[in-house]
Design a protein around this ligand. Structure first.
Ligand code: ZN
Length: 570
């Protein structure tokens, strides 16, 4: 490809709207073009990168024994009504009506569609296991698109669905996908850490995310340097200490004028925050919920949503709280009537806490669970953070930012039971299919690869996903010998099967070298009057500081074995 013919031009300065390194570099390199908020076009160079990622993914899926198919973007509301998951996705779903006033969704994911197909075609144990995948465009109406390709509303995704006869089969399929995913990231030159994750609106109990660690990542990963435990902060657990052995003391009311916050309360009474009980009011599906936790901890709203089984959760307004009879600053689950209550399991291990008296300016000492109060739900709703003890070995958890570049779920029978997707075993008995689902966003992987591999000059693509392998760069093209040698090299390199970006423009060496670096082409081949004097060209890897003169004789065949073109899997 001749640079003079390329659609896109490079930019010297990042556009003002670019908020992450990958966003800036992909725009500056002319790889993507924003069309609307969270909606991007891939320009020719960027599309080549995406297609290469796609073909690596295809190879790994096929190698894992999966079959490719293609499912529609338009999905009828009836399929979603079978599982009810559209309620969990909520306003993320792009919804539309056709000319017959029939409601359709633009698919954010395809579990309903694939299960609707598999229940018709795979009805016997002999049909299992099945691994089915596609690369398809998905739509999610994200509230806050950001980071260029990192959080978008229309995106390409690999999604694979596994169908097995039992949990052991699912485990086998799941492990197979974990290996395939690790291969994909390695081949794209992107180190990714597997972490425990929340299943969110997709469903199921067990899920893992693959995280590319980057300061611009929107997720927090907590991990243990001791035992390797790693989890998204939304999901992470921690040790909350051994249960207190103190004897429960009698309840005692104390006046606390003007005391509203836990900090005020701890200071006023001279007790550590860990000896207080904090109550927070939420509005959850039009109902006020009182969530309680030990005063030194924070509530994790992802865990809270999951425990309540409610997709939409927010802090209650003062008005909602008052109408529910709650006294801000002095609320607790003690003696509460007619309000839904949930508490973190830390309150059940503590003794003699100070809690709100549900009357203004009043608190109560020596509150003990379950002697003095009970709750509708008692479970882990605490937010883990760096410095707290690892749930497995007790070492201090460390924190990193990460970009989620893959998410895998054990759905088990969560969807197949709702959709009546069953198979017959050897004895003719019917069982629900045991499912898993697995997804990688291609554009996000591309952005994460840039976040992980760049320097101050531009992108450092792994040779496996670089748009071109060689940047052919003649200097002083007005000299016939330079021009003729480069044209000949261009033909020979392409004949050798190398992908060449040929900078045939009449630009200064500075402009050409800067563009070669910005675009991140792994190998630069420079021809100038100076190199020709020694019958050579200068060969320089993108990551190398200086180039080397290679004789023109035999250069084309030697170039293929340059270390800068060696794939990361080698
Ligand atoms: Zn640990």
């Amino acid at each position: 490809m001749r640079v003079s013919r390329l659609l896109s031009k490079t930019l010297r300065q990042p556009p003002a709207e670019a908020d992450t390194v990958s966003h800036q570099l992909l725009l500056r390199a002319g790889m993507i073009n924003q069309v609307a908020s969270g909606v991007y076009a891939y320009l020719p160079l960027g599309w080549r990168v995406l297609r290469k990622i796609e073909s690596i993914i295809r190879e790994e899926m096929d190698r894992a024994g999966a079959q490719e198919l293609f499912l529609p973007v338009l999905q009828p509301v009836e399929l979603w009504e079978e599982t009810g998951r559209h309620l969990g996705f909520g306003p993320i779903m792009f919804s539309l009506r056709d000319r017959r006033d029939h409601q359709l969704f633009l698919g954010p994911t395809h579990e309903e569609v694939i299960t609707g197909i598999v229940r018709r075609h795979a009805t016997s144990y002999r049909d299992l296991p099945l691994l089915l995948y596609q690369v398809q465009t998905k739509f999610r109406d994200e509230p806050r698109p950001r980071g260029g390709l990192i959080r978008v509303r229309e995106f390409h995704m690999l999604d694979l669905y596994s169908f097995d006869a039992d949990d052991a089969g699912l485990e086998h399929s799941y492990q197979r996908m974990l290996v395939a995913y690790q291969n994909i990231y390695r081949r794209c030159g992107l180190p990714a850490l597997m972490v425990e994750a929340d299943s969110g609106a997709i469903g199921g109990k067990v899920s893992h995310e693959f995280m590319a660690l980057a300061p611009s990542g929107e997720d927090e990963v907590l991990h243990c340097p001791g035992c390797g435990y790693a989890a998204n902060a939304e999901k992470a657990a921690f040790q909350k200490g051994t249960p207190s052995l103190e004897e429960p003391l009698p309840l005692k009311e104390v006046p606390t004028p003007g005391v509203v916050t836990i900090e005020d309360l701890a200071r006023f009474l001279g007790v550590p925050r860990a000896r207080t009980l904090k109550a927070v009011f939420y509005s959850c599906c039009d109902e006020v919920v009182v969530a309680s936790i030990r005063g030194d901890m924070e509530i994790n709203e992802t865990k809270l949503k999951r425990a309540l089984g409610c997709p939409e959760l927010r802090l209650a307004t003062e008005d909602e709280a008052r109408r529910a009879g709650l006294v801000a600053g002095s609320a607790s689950p003690l003696g509460l009537q007619g309000v839904k209550t949930i508490a973190d399991d830390s309150v059940a291990r503590a003794r003699n806490l100070v809690a709100g008296g549900n009357r203004p300016d009043t608190h109560i000492r020596n509150v003990n669970y379950p002697r003095d109060f009970t709750v509708d739900i008692l479970t882990d709703i605490a937010l883990a953070r760096a410095g707290l003890p690892c749930p497995c070995c007790g070492r201090e958890l460390a924190s990193e930012r990460g970009i989620e570049v893959g998410h895998v779920f054990k759905l088990e029978t969560y969807i197949s039971e709702k959709m009546g997707a069953q198979f017959q075993d050897q004895d003719g008995n019917l069982h629900p299919l045991v499912m898993g689902c697995y997804g990688i966003g291609l554009g996000r992987l591309m952005a994460a690869a840039v976040e992980a591999n760049h320097d101050e000059k531009g992108i450092l693509w792994a040779p496996t996903i670089a748009p071109y392998q060689v940047y052919l760069c003649p200097l002083l093209t007005e000299q016939a010998q330079v021009r003729d040698t480069t044209e000949r090299l261009y033909r020979e390199l392409e004949a050798e099967g190398l992908e060449v970006l040929y900078d045939d423009r009449q630009e200064s060496p500075g402009v050409k070298f800067n563009d070669a670096d910005l675009l991140g082409i792994p190998l630069r081949l420079t021809v100038s009057p100076r190199t020709l004097k020694q019958a050579s060209a200068e060969v320089k890897g993108r990551k190398e500081k200086d180039g080397q003169l290679w004789p023109l004789e035999g250069l084309v065949t030697r170039l293929r074995h340059h270390p800068a073109l060696a794939s990361p899997e080698a």
